[in-house]
Design a protein around this ligand. Sequence first.
Ligand SMILES: Cc1cc2nc3c(=O)[nH]c(=O)nc-3n(C[C@H](O)[C@H](O)[C@H](O)COP(=O)(O)OP(=O)(O)OC[C@H]3O[C@@H](n4cnc5c(N)ncnc54)[C@H](O)[C@@H]3O)c2cc1C
Length: 408
Amino acid sequence: MSTSTAPFDAIVVGARCAGASTAMLLARRGHRVLLVDRSRFPSDLRLSTHLVWQPGVARLERWGLREQVARSGCPPIVEGTVDFGDFVLTGRVPPAGDVEEAYAPRRRVLDTILVEAAVRAGVELWDGCTVDGLLTDGDERGEPRVTGITGRTGGRTRVTASAPVVIGADGMRSVVARLVDAPAYLERPALNGTWFSYWSGLGLPHSTLYVRPYRTVAANPTNDGLTVVGLNCPVDEFRRHRSDVGGFVTRTVEECAPELADRLRSGTREERWSGAAVPSFFRRPSGPGWALVGDAGYVKDPCTAQGITDAFSSAELLAEAVDDALRGRRGWGEALSGYQRRRDEAAMPMYEFTYAQSSLEPPPPEMRELLASLAGDPDAASGFFGVFAGTVPVQALFGAPEPASSAA
Ligand SMILES: Cc1cc2nc3c(=O)[nH]c(=O)nc-3n(C[C@H](O)[C@H](O)[C@H](O)COP(=O)(O)OP(=O)(O)OC[C@H]3O[C@@H](n4cnc5c(N)ncnc54)[C@H](O)[C@@H]3O)c2cc1C
């Protein structure tokens, strides 16, 4: 790898579900794209329990990549159980188009499939390269216009590259967002934290979620015959138990889900504990010469498992906007402000719903009654599952969210 002199049409920083997808989609539209990541692929992402709901899988299908996920040995998830203690809902998520299954592929599997698809589409990949600065030129709307990146490789070689747009797909602590000082809006603190690890030998037939006041425990099958098991609890407890995660999770699962605790005892934990507490916020996702996609531009609590699916959908919206601007069909300002509008409109109901769920408060009595009435009726329960999966609008079951204010 060396300093590039020929300009690219777009530079994407971060090569996982948001960045590799955006780069691939732009390259498939005929653009010359540089994709940069400090990781080397295949590479795992420790902080994700990686459930991809049906709308996310439908995008993989549209991009020709669903079959590769299925062939990776990751079991399809077609049925689920949500156990509320005194009643249990069992059912299937209503499909997204003809996609009936979700998957929880390990990130080293999913992200590598995406990176390889990007490279096949003609993207130039600089992995093992950390971006540490932006090139700028002139001034637009009181902001310097971004024209490229600076970075360093593992061997400390300095590199630079230039393009009319630099896309930050570098996660919630985005360096690109920090360097352009992207304003945040609708910011909210983390209300819960997640501890999770991977077990062999659990023999769980399908995806399972236990919901108790101020706790949820989730188990999903993933690659290599493993099951990812995660516990959500209020953020102060999450922090308090850092020094004894194993003991805390074991005690809590025994209280909330004794039959899962039995399975955990007879299985084997194969990996160390990982954990995170995630705040919620949007960032203004564009300015002169730059744009943000995925967690770099919009983050919410992982309790509804929407991050990967949202990264895919934002990648499609941004690739369309950047393609329009590069081909002169729309000016950059119009194309990228349209991207922000479409992203926020699509995201807002789930953003509010997710934040409400992230408190882990027990549902109010009338909601509990409604949910209990779905037990024993898999068709009715599937509407409830569909809200979490994103195949049934939040409003259909829970009413319209409070109107959002203060977009930057
Ligand atoms: C505990 C937890 C559980 C979760 N569970 C789920 C789930 O079940 N389902 C779901 O859909 N979502 C889940 N999420 C959310 C999901 O992980 C994120 O939404 C998703 O990873 C965002 O993808 P991204 O491509 O935007 O960013 P990331 O996946 O964070 O990727 C960013 C990339 O940018 C690279 N990078 C960063 N800085 C630089 C730099 N300076 N130079 C070069 N490269 C850089 C990084 O190396 C990384 O590869 C979970 C999150 C957490 C914390």
